[in-house]
Design a protein around this ligand. Sequence first.
Ligand code: C2E
Ligand code: MG
Ligand code: MG
Length: 584
Amino acid sequence: MAMDFGSAAIYAAILLNVLWAIWIGALQVSRIRQSRHAEKAIDSVGSGYWVLDASGRFVDVNAAYCRMVGYTRKQILAMHIADFEAVATREGIRKQIERILQKGQERFETRHKRSNGEWVDLEVTVTAVGKHQVIVYLRDISERKKAAIEINQLALYDPLTALPNRRLLQDRLQQALRNATRSKHHGALLFIDLDHFKTLNDTQGHAKGDDLLRQVAQRLVSCVREGDTVARFGGDEFVMVLVRLSPDATEAAAEVRSIGEKILIQLGQGFRLGDLDHTTTASMGISLFSNQAVSIEDVLRQADLAMYKSKAAGRNGLRFFDPGMQVAIEARMALETDLRNALLSQQLVLHYQPQADRHRRIVGAEALVRWQHPRLGLVMPTQFIPLAEESGIILQLGQWVLEAACLQLVQWATQARTSALVLAVNVSVRQLQQPDFVEQVLDVLRRTGANPGKLKLELTESILVSNVEDVIAKMSALKAVGVSFSLDDFGTGYSSLAYLSRLPIDQLKIDRTFVANIVASANAVSICVAVISLARSLNLNVVAEGVETEEQFQLLACVHQCDYVQGYLIGHPLPADGLQAMLD
Ligand code: C2E
Ligand code: MG
Ligand code: MG
Protein backbone atom coordinates (compact mmCIF):
# COMPACT_ATOMS: atom_id res chain seq x y z
CA MET A 1 0.00 0.00 0.00
CA ALA A 2 2.72 2.40 1.06
CA MET A 3 4.56 1.75 -2.18
CA ASP A 4 1.42 2.55 -4.22
CA PHE A 5 0.96 5.78 -2.35
CA GLY A 6 4.63 6.58 -2.90
CA SER A 7 4.43 5.94 -6.63
CA ALA A 8 1.23 7.98 -6.91
CA ALA A 9 2.91 10.87 -5.15
CA ILE A 10 5.87 10.64 -7.48
CA TYR A 11 3.66 10.62 -10.58
CA ALA A 12 1.80 13.63 -9.21
CA ALA A 13 5.12 15.32 -8.59
CA ILE A 14 6.28 14.62 -12.16
CA LEU A 15 3.02 15.99 -13.54
CA LEU A 16 3.36 19.16 -11.48
CA ASN A 17 6.92 19.47 -12.67
CA VAL A 18 5.77 19.41 -16.27
CA LEU A 19 3.06 22.01 -15.57
CA TRP A 20 5.66 24.02 -13.82
CA ALA A 21 8.08 23.95 -16.70
CA ILE A 22 5.28 25.02 -19.03
CA TRP A 23 4.43 27.93 -16.74
CA ILE A 24 7.98 29.06 -16.41
CA GLY A 25 8.58 28.78 -20.12
CA ALA A 26 5.45 30.72 -20.90
CA LEU A 27 6.25 33.37 -18.36
CA GLN A 28 9.78 33.76 -19.52
CA VAL A 29 8.84 34.12 -23.15
CA SER A 30 6.37 36.92 -22.53
CA ARG A 31 8.41 38.45 -19.70
CA ILE A 32 5.29 39.43 -17.88
CA ARG A 33 6.49 41.68 -15.15
CA GLN A 34 4.51 41.23 -11.93
CA SER A 35 1.51 40.25 -13.98
CA ARG A 36 -1.52 39.77 -11.77
CA HIS A 37 -2.78 37.32 -14.31
CA ALA A 38 0.32 35.15 -13.98
CA GLU A 39 0.25 35.39 -10.25
CA LYS A 40 -3.36 34.28 -10.16
CA ALA A 41 -2.56 31.38 -12.43
CA ILE A 42 0.35 30.32 -10.28
CA ASP A 43 -1.79 30.77 -7.23
CA SER A 44 -4.31 28.40 -8.72
CA VAL A 45 -1.75 25.55 -8.82
CA GLY A 46 -0.80 26.48 -5.27
CA SER A 47 2.73 27.63 -6.03
CA GLY A 48 4.53 30.55 -4.49
CA TYR A 49 5.65 33.56 -6.45
CA TRP A 50 7.94 36.38 -5.43
CA VAL A 51 9.56 39.37 -6.97
CA LEU A 52 12.80 40.37 -5.29
CA ASP A 53 15.13 43.26 -5.75
CA ALA A 54 18.86 42.81 -6.17
CA SER A 55 19.49 42.83 -2.44
CA GLY A 56 16.92 40.13 -1.74
CA ARG A 57 14.15 42.40 -0.49
CA PHE A 58 10.57 41.55 -1.33
CA VAL A 59 8.95 43.60 -4.00
CA ASP A 60 5.95 41.31 -4.29
CA VAL A 61 4.66 37.99 -2.99
CA ASN A 62 1.56 35.98 -3.86
CA ALA A 63 -1.15 34.55 -1.65
CA ALA A 64 -0.09 30.94 -2.20
CA TYR A 65 3.31 31.61 -0.64
CA CYS A 66 1.63 33.43 2.27
CA ARG A 67 -0.42 30.28 2.90
CA MET A 68 2.66 28.11 2.58
CA VAL A 69 4.55 29.85 5.34
CA GLY A 70 1.62 31.12 7.41
CA TYR A 71 2.39 34.87 7.31
CA THR A 72 0.31 37.72 5.84
CA ARG A 73 1.47 39.50 2.72
CA LYS A 74 2.15 42.59 4.76
CA GLN A 75 4.32 40.70 7.23
CA ILE A 76 6.32 39.09 4.46
CA LEU A 77 6.92 42.31 2.59
CA ALA A 78 8.51 43.65 5.77
CA MET A 79 10.84 40.61 6.04
CA HIS A 80 13.98 39.50 4.25
CA ILE A 81 14.19 36.11 2.60
CA ALA A 82 17.12 35.22 4.84
CA ASP A 83 14.51 35.16 7.65
CA PHE A 84 12.94 32.07 6.08
CA GLU A 85 16.12 30.15 5.41
CA ALA A 86 17.89 27.92 7.89
CA VAL A 87 21.44 28.93 7.16
CA ALA A 88 21.58 31.54 4.38
CA THR A 89 22.78 35.05 5.25
CA ARG A 90 21.65 38.33 3.67
CA GLU A 91 25.08 38.76 2.13
CA GLY A 92 25.03 35.22 0.73
CA ILE A 93 21.62 35.80 -0.82
CA ARG A 94 22.68 39.10 -2.33
CA LYS A 95 25.61 37.36 -4.02
CA GLN A 96 23.39 34.60 -5.30
CA ILE A 97 20.96 37.11 -6.83
CA GLU A 98 23.86 38.96 -8.40
CA ARG A 99 24.94 35.73 -10.00
CA ILE A 100 21.45 34.99 -11.29
CA LEU A 101 21.09 38.47 -12.72
CA GLN A 102 24.15 37.73 -14.84
CA LYS A 103 23.42 34.15 -15.67
CA GLY A 104 19.65 34.35 -16.20
CA GLN A 105 18.25 31.45 -14.16
CA GLU A 106 18.93 29.04 -11.30
CA ARG A 107 17.01 26.14 -9.87
CA PHE A 108 17.53 24.51 -6.46
CA GLU A 109 15.81 23.00 -3.42
CA THR A 110 15.57 24.57 0.00
CA ARG A 111 13.40 24.63 3.12
CA HIS A 112 11.56 27.57 4.57
CA LYS A 113 10.51 28.05 8.12
CA ARG A 114 6.79 28.55 8.68
CA SER A 115 5.36 30.94 11.26
CA ASN A 116 4.55 27.91 13.48
CA GLY A 117 8.18 26.76 13.43
CA GLU A 118 7.65 23.85 11.01
CA TRP A 119 9.61 23.55 7.80
CA VAL A 120 8.27 23.38 4.29
CA ASP A 121 10.36 21.79 1.51
CA LEU A 122 10.49 23.89 -1.64
CA GLU A 123 11.73 23.66 -5.16
CA VAL A 124 12.81 27.11 -6.24
CA THR A 125 13.31 28.55 -9.73
CA VAL A 126 14.77 32.02 -9.86
CA THR A 127 14.71 33.93 -13.15
CA ALA A 128 16.31 37.30 -13.82
CA VAL A 129 13.95 40.00 -15.02
CA GLY A 130 15.88 42.91 -16.42
CA LYS A 131 18.95 44.01 -14.48
CA HIS A 132 17.57 44.61 -11.01
CA GLN A 133 14.83 42.15 -10.22
CA VAL A 134 14.27 38.41 -10.10
CA ILE A 135 11.07 36.41 -10.21
CA VAL A 136 11.05 33.42 -7.90
CA TYR A 137 8.69 30.47 -8.27
CA LEU A 138 8.42 28.27 -5.20
CA ARG A 139 6.82 24.89 -5.26
CA ASP A 140 5.95 22.96 -2.13
CA ILE A 141 7.60 19.55 -2.54
CA SER A 142 7.00 18.30 1.02
CA GLU A 143 4.76 15.47 -0.22
CA ARG A 144 7.33 14.34 -2.73
CA LYS A 145 10.01 14.43 -0.04
CA LYS A 146 7.80 12.45 2.29
CA ALA A 147 7.16 9.87 -0.42
CA ALA A 148 10.88 9.66 -1.12
CA ILE A 149 11.53 9.09 2.58
CA GLU A 150 8.87 6.40 2.65
CA ILE A 151 10.38 4.67 -0.34
CA ASN A 152 13.75 4.90 1.33
CA GLN A 153 12.24 3.42 4.46
CA LEU A 154 10.83 0.52 2.45
CA ALA A 155 14.11 -0.12 0.72
CA LEU A 156 16.25 -0.02 3.83
CA TYR A 157 14.04 -1.02 6.74
CA ASP A 158 12.18 -4.15 7.64
CA PRO A 159 8.45 -3.38 7.55
CA LEU A 160 7.60 -5.75 10.42
CA THR A 161 10.07 -4.58 13.05
CA ALA A 162 11.12 -1.20 11.57
CA LEU A 163 14.72 -2.30 12.09
CA PRO A 164 17.34 -1.75 9.37
CA ASN A 165 17.15 -4.55 6.83
CA ARG A 166 19.97 -6.62 5.38
CA ARG A 167 20.85 -3.93 2.84
CA LEU A 168 21.20 -1.13 5.35
CA LEU A 169 23.04 -3.51 7.66
CA GLN A 170 25.65 -3.98 4.97
CA ASP A 171 26.22 -0.23 4.76
CA ARG A 172 26.45 0.11 8.52
CA LEU A 173 28.78 -2.85 8.77
CA GLN A 174 30.99 -1.48 6.04
CA GLN A 175 31.12 1.79 7.93
CA ALA A 176 31.92 0.00 11.19
CA LEU A 177 34.72 -1.98 9.55
CA ARG A 178 36.19 1.23 8.14
CA ASN A 179 35.94 2.97 11.50
CA ALA A 180 37.55 0.06 13.31
CA THR A 181 40.48 0.25 10.92
CA ARG A 182 40.80 3.98 11.38
CA SER A 183 40.18 4.29 15.12
CA LYS A 184 41.90 1.11 16.39
CA HIS A 185 38.76 0.38 18.41
CA HIS A 186 37.28 -3.07 18.10
CA GLY A 187 33.85 -3.69 16.73
CA ALA A 188 31.70 -6.81 16.94
CA LEU A 189 29.00 -8.50 14.95
CA LEU A 190 26.44 -10.53 16.87
CA PHE A 191 24.35 -13.05 14.98
CA ILE A 192 21.23 -13.91 16.94
CA ASP A 193 18.79 -16.67 16.05
CA LEU A 194 15.69 -17.48 18.06
CA ASP A 195 15.51 -21.09 19.19
CA HIS A 196 12.51 -23.11 17.98
CA PHE A 197 10.80 -20.08 16.43
CA LYS A 198 9.33 -22.27 13.72
CA THR A 199 7.44 -24.28 16.33
CA LEU A 200 5.72 -21.14 17.60
CA ASN A 201 4.84 -20.11 14.06
CA ASP A 202 3.55 -23.57 13.17
CA THR A 203 1.57 -24.17 16.33
CA GLN A 204 0.30 -20.69 17.25
CA GLY A 205 0.07 -19.01 13.87
CA HIS A 206 2.02 -16.33 12.07
CA ALA A 207 0.36 -13.39 13.83
CA LYS A 208 1.83 -14.57 17.14
CA GLY A 209 5.17 -15.20 15.45
CA ASP A 210 5.17 -11.67 14.04
CA ASP A 211 4.26 -10.28 17.42
CA LEU A 212 7.21 -12.09 19.00
CA LEU A 213 9.60 -10.78 16.33
CA ARG A 214 8.44 -7.21 16.95
CA GLN A 215 8.90 -7.52 20.70
CA VAL A 216 12.28 -9.19 20.30
CA ALA A 217 13.34 -6.29 18.07
CA GLN A 218 12.37 -3.79 20.78
CA ARG A 219 14.27 -5.67 23.44
CA LEU A 220 17.34 -5.92 21.29
CA VAL A 221 17.27 -2.19 20.60
CA SER A 222 17.00 -1.53 24.34
CA CYS A 223 20.23 -3.49 24.93
CA VAL A 224 22.57 -1.44 22.75
CA ARG A 225 24.13 1.99 22.82
CA GLU A 226 23.63 4.84 20.40
CA GLY A 227 25.73 4.27 17.30
CA ASP A 228 25.26 0.50 17.42
CA THR A 229 22.99 -1.15 14.87
CA VAL A 230 20.30 -3.74 15.36
CA ALA A 231 19.09 -5.19 12.08
CA ARG A 232 16.70 -7.90 11.02
CA PHE A 233 18.65 -10.29 8.89
CA GLY A 234 15.71 -12.43 7.84
CA GLY A 235 13.15 -14.77 9.42
CA ASP A 236 14.04 -15.10 13.09
CA GLU A 237 17.61 -13.92 12.60
CA PHE A 238 18.84 -10.61 13.94
CA VAL A 239 22.24 -9.02 13.60
CA MET A 240 23.83 -6.41 15.82
CA VAL A 241 26.84 -4.32 15.02
CA LEU A 242 28.56 -2.93 18.09
CA VAL A 243 31.11 -0.18 17.61
CA ARG A 244 33.75 1.61 19.69
CA LEU A 245 34.67 -1.36 21.87
CA SER A 246 38.03 -1.38 23.63
CA PRO A 247 41.20 -1.29 21.49
CA ASP A 248 42.41 -4.23 23.58
CA ALA A 249 41.09 -7.53 22.17
CA THR A 250 40.59 -9.25 25.53
CA GLU A 251 38.76 -6.28 26.98
CA ALA A 252 36.66 -5.92 23.84
CA ALA A 253 35.71 -9.60 24.03
CA ALA A 254 34.72 -9.18 27.68
CA GLU A 255 32.57 -6.16 26.78
CA VAL A 256 30.77 -8.05 24.02
CA ARG A 257 30.32 -11.09 26.20
CA SER A 258 28.63 -9.04 28.86
CA ILE A 259 26.36 -7.33 26.31
CA GLY A 260 25.62 -10.72 24.71
CA GLU A 261 24.73 -12.25 28.06
CA LYS A 262 22.52 -9.28 28.88
CA ILE A 263 20.71 -9.81 25.59
CA LEU A 264 20.16 -13.51 26.25
CA ILE A 265 18.76 -12.70 29.70
CA GLN A 266 16.50 -10.03 28.22
CA LEU A 267 15.20 -12.42 25.59
CA GLY A 268 14.74 -15.14 28.18
CA GLN A 269 12.15 -13.04 30.05
CA GLY A 270 8.66 -14.13 29.10
CA PHE A 271 6.74 -12.53 26.24
CA ARG A 272 3.06 -11.74 26.19
CA LEU A 273 1.68 -12.54 22.75
CA GLY A 274 -1.98 -11.60 22.86
CA ASP A 275 -3.53 -14.17 25.18
CA LEU A 276 -0.44 -16.38 25.15
CA ASP A 277 2.45 -16.35 27.61
CA HIS A 278 5.50 -17.41 25.70
CA THR A 279 9.11 -17.96 26.62
CA THR A 280 11.89 -18.24 24.14
CA THR A 281 15.64 -18.50 24.08
CA ALA A 282 18.19 -17.50 21.48
CA SER A 283 21.52 -18.71 20.20
CA MET A 284 24.23 -16.18 19.47
CA GLY A 285 27.44 -16.16 17.46
CA ILE A 286 29.94 -13.35 17.82
CA SER A 287 32.70 -12.16 15.55
CA LEU A 288 35.09 -9.47 16.80
CA PHE A 289 36.78 -7.26 14.25
CA SER A 290 39.57 -4.74 14.50
CA ASN A 291 42.01 -3.23 12.09
CA GLN A 292 42.81 -6.30 10.03
CA ALA A 293 41.29 -6.20 6.61
CA VAL A 294 38.18 -8.37 6.63
CA SER A 295 35.19 -8.18 4.37
CA ILE A 296 31.55 -7.81 5.36
CA GLU A 297 30.96 -11.33 4.09
CA ASP A 298 33.77 -12.73 6.26
CA VAL A 299 32.48 -11.14 9.43
CA LEU A 300 28.92 -12.27 8.75
CA ARG A 301 29.99 -15.79 7.90
CA GLN A 302 32.17 -16.05 11.01
CA ALA A 303 29.40 -14.89 13.32
CA ASP A 304 26.99 -17.24 11.56
CA LEU A 305 29.37 -20.17 12.07
CA ALA A 306 29.76 -19.29 15.73
CA MET A 307 25.98 -19.09 16.05
CA TYR A 308 25.64 -22.51 14.48
CA LYS A 309 28.15 -23.84 17.05
CA SER A 310 26.20 -22.30 19.84
CA LYS A 311 23.02 -24.00 18.58
CA ALA A 312 24.85 -27.31 18.37
CA ALA A 313 26.07 -26.85 21.95
CA GLY A 314 22.51 -26.89 23.21
CA ARG A 315 21.09 -23.45 22.31
CA ASN A 316 20.43 -20.52 24.64
CA GLY A 317 24.07 -19.55 24.65
CA LEU A 318 26.73 -17.54 22.92
CA ARG A 319 29.91 -18.48 21.09
CA PHE A 320 32.80 -16.44 19.77
CA PHE A 321 34.14 -17.26 16.37
CA ASP A 322 37.64 -18.70 16.38
CA PRO A 323 39.72 -19.83 13.42
CA GLY A 324 39.64 -23.46 14.61
CA MET A 325 35.91 -23.36 14.10
CA GLN A 326 36.39 -22.47 10.48
CA VAL A 327 38.73 -25.40 9.94
CA ALA A 328 36.31 -27.79 11.62
CA ILE A 329 33.33 -26.49 9.65
CA GLU A 330 35.21 -26.69 6.39
CA ALA A 331 36.20 -30.26 7.15
CA ARG A 332 32.60 -31.03 7.99
CA MET A 333 31.38 -29.48 4.77
CA ALA A 334 33.92 -31.47 2.79
CA LEU A 335 32.84 -34.65 4.56
CA GLU A 336 29.22 -33.89 3.80
CA THR A 337 29.98 -33.51 0.10
CA ASP A 338 32.02 -36.72 0.19
CA LEU A 339 29.18 -38.54 1.91
CA ARG A 340 26.69 -37.54 -0.76
CA ASN A 341 29.14 -38.83 -3.31
CA ALA A 342 29.62 -42.01 -1.31
CA LEU A 343 25.96 -42.84 -1.77
CA LEU A 344 26.10 -42.23 -5.49
CA SER A 345 29.33 -44.09 -6.09
CA GLN A 346 28.54 -47.16 -3.98
CA GLN A 347 31.19 -46.57 -1.31
CA LEU A 348 28.99 -47.76 1.52
CA VAL A 349 29.21 -51.36 2.68
CA LEU A 350 27.40 -53.39 5.30
CA HIS A 351 29.18 -55.47 7.86
CA TYR A 352 27.36 -58.10 9.88
CA GLN A 353 27.94 -58.74 13.57
CA PRO A 354 26.67 -62.08 14.82
CA GLN A 355 24.14 -62.38 17.62
CA ALA A 356 24.10 -65.62 19.60
CA ASP A 357 21.79 -67.32 22.04
CA ARG A 358 22.73 -68.51 25.50
CA HIS A 359 24.27 -71.63 23.96
CA ARG A 360 26.41 -69.48 21.65
CA ARG A 361 24.49 -70.56 18.61
CA ILE A 362 24.40 -67.80 16.03
CA VAL A 363 20.78 -66.82 15.49
CA GLY A 364 21.14 -63.61 13.61
CA ALA A 365 23.23 -60.52 13.00
CA GLU A 366 23.17 -56.77 13.17
CA ALA A 367 23.87 -54.88 9.96
CA LEU A 368 26.38 -52.07 10.59
CA VAL A 369 27.24 -49.64 7.88
CA ARG A 370 30.80 -48.70 6.95
CA TRP A 371 32.15 -46.21 4.46
CA GLN A 372 34.89 -47.41 2.17
CA HIS A 373 36.39 -43.95 1.68
CA PRO A 374 38.78 -43.67 -1.30
CA ARG A 375 41.34 -41.69 0.76
CA LEU A 376 40.53 -42.32 4.41
CA GLY A 377 40.00 -46.07 4.20
CA LEU A 378 37.23 -47.76 6.17
CA VAL A 379 35.33 -45.07 8.09
CA MET A 380 33.20 -46.13 11.08
CA PRO A 381 29.57 -45.01 11.40
CA THR A 382 30.19 -42.99 14.57
CA GLN A 383 32.16 -40.64 12.34
CA PHE A 384 29.53 -40.03 9.72
CA ILE A 385 26.09 -41.06 11.05
CA PRO A 386 25.72 -37.89 13.20
CA LEU A 387 26.64 -35.78 10.16
CA ALA A 388 24.25 -37.77 8.00
CA GLU A 389 21.50 -37.11 10.56
CA GLU A 390 22.15 -33.36 10.75
CA SER A 391 22.35 -32.93 7.00
CA GLY A 392 19.38 -35.13 6.19
CA ILE A 393 21.53 -37.54 4.17
CA ILE A 394 20.45 -40.21 6.66
CA LEU A 395 17.19 -40.62 4.74
CA GLN A 396 18.89 -41.82 1.59
CA LEU A 397 21.56 -43.62 3.55
CA GLY A 398 18.95 -45.45 5.63
CA GLN A 399 17.09 -46.41 2.50
CA TRP A 400 20.28 -47.82 1.02
CA VAL A 401 21.06 -49.81 4.22
CA LEU A 402 17.56 -51.25 4.35
CA GLU A 403 17.71 -52.33 0.77
CA ALA A 404 21.19 -53.87 1.09
CA ALA A 405 20.11 -55.70 4.26
CA CYS A 406 17.00 -57.10 2.59
CA LEU A 407 19.04 -58.28 -0.38
CA GLN A 408 21.30 -60.06 2.10
CA LEU A 409 18.29 -61.73 3.70
CA VAL A 410 17.18 -62.94 0.30
CA GLN A 411 20.59 -64.43 -0.28
CA TRP A 412 20.65 -66.07 3.16
CA ALA A 413 17.23 -67.53 2.49
CA THR A 414 18.71 -69.67 -0.25
CA GLN A 415 20.95 -71.68 2.10
CA ALA A 416 20.00 -73.93 4.95
CA ARG A 417 22.74 -72.67 7.29
CA THR A 418 21.69 -69.06 6.96
CA SER A 419 18.00 -69.18 6.15
CA ALA A 420 16.94 -68.87 9.81
CA LEU A 421 19.09 -65.82 10.57
CA VAL A 422 17.30 -62.68 11.68
CA LEU A 423 18.91 -59.47 10.50
CA ALA A 424 18.74 -56.33 12.66
CA VAL A 425 18.90 -52.97 10.88
CA ASN A 426 19.43 -49.64 12.65
CA VAL A 427 16.79 -47.06 11.87
CA SER A 428 17.32 -43.43 12.71
CA VAL A 429 14.54 -41.42 14.30
CA ARG A 430 14.59 -39.10 11.27
CA GLN A 431 13.76 -42.01 9.03
CA LEU A 432 10.92 -43.10 11.27
CA GLN A 433 9.51 -39.58 11.27
CA GLN A 434 9.08 -39.66 7.49
CA PRO A 435 5.33 -39.74 6.83
CA ASP A 436 5.78 -42.54 4.32
CA PHE A 437 8.23 -44.60 6.40
CA VAL A 438 5.93 -47.62 6.49
CA GLU A 439 5.42 -47.55 2.72
CA GLN A 440 9.15 -47.22 2.19
CA VAL A 441 9.88 -50.36 4.21
CA LEU A 442 7.03 -52.31 2.64
CA ASP A 443 8.21 -51.22 -0.77
CA VAL A 444 11.76 -52.45 -0.15
CA LEU A 445 10.41 -55.77 1.19
CA ARG A 446 8.24 -56.17 -1.89
CA ARG A 447 10.97 -55.23 -4.34
CA THR A 448 13.63 -57.47 -2.80
CA GLY A 449 11.33 -60.31 -1.86
CA ALA A 450 12.86 -60.48 1.65
CA ASN A 451 10.94 -62.29 4.36
CA PRO A 452 9.57 -59.61 6.75
CA GLY A 453 9.70 -62.19 9.57
CA LYS A 454 13.50 -62.11 9.38
CA LEU A 455 13.81 -58.35 9.47
CA LYS A 456 14.26 -56.63 12.81
CA LEU A 457 14.39 -52.85 13.05
CA GLU A 458 16.51 -51.31 15.82
CA LEU A 459 15.15 -48.05 17.15
CA THR A 460 16.57 -45.91 19.95
CA GLU A 461 14.73 -44.35 22.83
CA SER A 462 14.94 -40.97 21.10
CA ILE A 463 11.86 -41.98 19.07
CA LEU A 464 9.89 -41.25 22.20
CA VAL A 465 10.53 -37.52 21.98
CA SER A 466 8.45 -37.31 18.85
CA ASN A 467 4.77 -38.03 18.43
CA VAL A 468 4.38 -41.33 20.29
CA GLU A 469 1.00 -42.18 18.78
CA ASP A 470 2.46 -41.81 15.31
CA VAL A 471 5.41 -44.03 16.24
CA ILE A 472 3.11 -46.69 17.62
CA ALA A 473 0.91 -46.61 14.52
CA LYS A 474 3.90 -47.03 12.20
CA MET A 475 5.41 -49.83 14.24
CA SER A 476 2.09 -51.63 14.42
CA ALA A 477 1.63 -51.43 10.66
CA LEU A 478 5.02 -53.04 10.10
CA LYS A 479 4.53 -55.60 12.84
CA ALA A 480 1.36 -56.67 11.08
CA VAL A 481 3.44 -57.96 8.17
CA GLY A 482 5.92 -59.73 10.48
CA VAL A 483 8.70 -57.14 11.00
CA SER A 484 10.02 -57.09 14.59
CA PHE A 485 11.50 -54.29 16.68
CA SER A 486 14.34 -53.96 19.11
CA LEU A 487 15.02 -50.98 21.39
CA ASP A 488 18.73 -50.25 20.97
CA ASP A 489 21.11 -48.77 23.57
CA PHE A 490 18.48 -49.34 26.22
CA GLY A 491 19.10 -47.56 29.51
CA THR A 492 20.97 -44.60 28.07
CA GLY A 493 17.93 -42.62 26.95
CA TYR A 494 14.92 -41.32 28.74
CA SER A 495 12.30 -43.96 28.28
CA SER A 496 9.24 -43.50 30.31
CA LEU A 497 8.06 -46.91 31.44
CA ALA A 498 4.51 -45.85 30.68
CA TYR A 499 5.38 -45.29 27.04
CA LEU A 500 7.62 -48.31 26.91
CA SER A 501 4.77 -50.63 27.83
CA ARG A 502 2.71 -49.25 24.96
CA LEU A 503 5.37 -49.61 22.27
CA PRO A 504 4.92 -52.75 20.18
CA ILE A 505 8.57 -53.84 20.58
CA ASP A 506 9.91 -57.38 20.81
CA GLN A 507 13.31 -56.86 22.31
CA LEU A 508 15.37 -54.68 24.62
CA LYS A 509 19.03 -54.27 23.84
CA ILE A 510 21.15 -53.59 26.93
CA ASP A 511 23.60 -50.84 26.14
CA ARG A 512 27.23 -51.88 26.06
CA THR A 513 28.32 -49.33 28.67
CA PHE A 514 26.47 -51.41 31.31
CA VAL A 515 27.86 -54.63 29.93
CA ALA A 516 31.39 -53.23 29.96
CA ASN A 517 31.20 -52.56 33.70
CA ILE A 518 29.26 -55.58 34.74
CA VAL A 519 32.18 -57.48 36.25
CA ALA A 520 33.60 -54.56 38.21
CA SER A 521 30.56 -52.54 39.19
CA ALA A 522 27.65 -53.69 41.34
CA ASN A 523 25.58 -50.85 39.91
CA ALA A 524 26.07 -52.09 36.37
CA VAL A 525 24.97 -55.56 37.46
CA SER A 526 21.84 -54.13 39.06
CA ILE A 527 20.99 -52.25 35.89
CA CYS A 528 21.44 -55.33 33.68
CA VAL A 529 19.36 -57.43 36.07
CA ALA A 530 16.67 -54.74 36.19
CA VAL A 531 16.52 -54.54 32.39
CA ILE A 532 16.26 -58.32 32.11
CA SER A 533 13.44 -58.51 34.64
CA LEU A 534 11.68 -55.53 33.06
CA ALA A 535 11.83 -57.31 29.71
CA ARG A 536 10.40 -60.47 31.28
CA SER A 537 7.51 -58.59 32.79
CA LEU A 538 6.74 -56.88 29.48
CA ASN A 539 7.08 -60.17 27.65
CA LEU A 540 10.08 -59.04 25.64
CA ASN A 541 13.37 -60.77 25.01
CA VAL A 542 16.75 -59.23 25.85
CA VAL A 543 20.02 -58.97 24.01
CA ALA A 544 23.20 -57.68 25.62
CA GLU A 545 25.53 -55.79 23.28
CA GLY A 546 29.27 -55.32 23.67
CA VAL A 547 29.99 -58.68 25.30
CA GLU A 548 33.75 -58.95 25.05
CA THR A 549 34.81 -61.43 27.75
CA GLU A 550 33.95 -64.85 28.98
CA GLU A 551 33.15 -63.44 32.42
CA GLN A 552 30.62 -61.00 31.00
CA PHE A 553 29.04 -63.81 29.01
CA GLN A 554 28.83 -66.10 32.03
CA LEU A 555 27.32 -63.45 34.23
CA LEU A 556 24.76 -62.29 31.70
CA ALA A 557 23.76 -65.43 29.88
CA CYS A 558 24.22 -68.07 32.53
CA VAL A 559 23.64 -66.29 35.85
CA HIS A 560 21.05 -63.69 34.83
CA GLN A 561 19.45 -65.53 31.91
CA CYS A 562 19.89 -62.87 29.27
CA ASP A 563 18.43 -64.37 26.04
CA TYR A 564 21.00 -63.25 23.50
CA VAL A 565 24.43 -61.73 23.32
CA GLN A 566 26.30 -59.70 20.74
CA GLY A 567 29.92 -58.61 21.01
CA TYR A 568 33.52 -59.26 20.11
CA LEU A 569 33.46 -62.48 22.17
CA ILE A 570 31.06 -64.00 19.65
CA GLY A 571 32.36 -62.10 16.65
CA HIS A 572 33.35 -58.73 15.26
CA PRO A 573 31.28 -57.05 12.58
CA LEU A 574 32.39 -58.71 9.33
CA PRO A 575 31.63 -58.56 5.62
CA ALA A 576 28.92 -61.04 4.61
CA ASP A 577 31.34 -63.74 3.50
CA GLY A 578 33.22 -63.46 6.83
CA LEU A 579 30.02 -64.19 8.70
CA GLN A 580 29.28 -67.02 6.33
CA ALA A 581 32.71 -68.53 7.09
CA MET A 582 31.91 -68.43 10.83
CA LEU A 583 28.86 -70.54 10.22
CA ASP A 584 30.62 -73.12 8.06
P1 C2E B 1 24.82 -49.68 17.69
O1 C2E B 1 23.61 -49.89 16.87
O2 C2E B 1 24.65 -49.68 19.16
O3 C2E B 1 25.84 -50.75 17.20
C1 C2E B 1 26.72 -51.41 18.03
C2 C2E B 1 28.06 -50.83 17.98
O4 C2E B 1 28.88 -51.47 18.98
C3 C2E B 1 28.79 -51.09 16.67
O5 C2E B 1 29.64 -49.99 16.43
C4 C2E B 1 29.63 -52.30 16.98
O6 C2E B 1 30.78 -52.42 16.17
C5 C2E B 1 30.03 -52.01 18.41
N1 C2E B 1 30.37 -53.23 19.10
C6 C2E B 1 29.92 -54.47 18.88
N2 C2E B 1 30.44 -55.36 19.75
C7 C2E B 1 31.26 -54.65 20.53
C8 C2E B 1 32.11 -55.02 21.63
O7 C2E B 1 32.21 -56.16 22.03
N3 C2E B 1 32.82 -54.03 22.22
C9 C2E B 1 32.74 -52.76 21.79
N4 C2E B 1 33.47 -51.83 22.42
N5 C2E B 1 31.95 -52.35 20.77
C10 C2E B 1 31.23 -53.33 20.14
P2 C2E B 1 29.66 -49.32 15.04
O8 C2E B 1 29.57 -50.33 13.98
O9 C2E B 1 30.80 -48.37 15.08
O10 C2E B 1 28.31 -48.52 15.05
C11 C2E B 1 28.12 -47.47 15.89
C12 C2E B 1 26.76 -46.97 15.81
O11 C2E B 1 26.49 -46.42 14.54
C13 C2E B 1 25.69 -48.02 15.97
O12 C2E B 1 25.52 -48.30 17.30
C14 C2E B 1 24.50 -47.34 15.36
O13 C2E B 1 23.92 -46.44 16.31
C15 C2E B 1 25.12 -46.53 14.28
N6 C2E B 1 24.91 -47.23 13.01
C16 C2E B 1 25.64 -48.19 12.46
N7 C2E B 1 25.11 -48.56 11.30
C17 C2E B 1 23.99 -47.83 11.12
C18 C2E B 1 22.98 -47.76 10.09
O14 C2E B 1 22.98 -48.50 9.12
N8 C2E B 1 21.97 -46.85 10.26
C19 C2E B 1 21.93 -46.05 11.34
N9 C2E B 1 20.92 -45.18 11.44
N10 C2E B 1 22.85 -46.10 12.31
C20 C2E B 1 23.87 -46.98 12.20
MG1 MG C 1 22.20 -51.08 16.79
MG1 MG D 1 23.54 -50.28 20.47
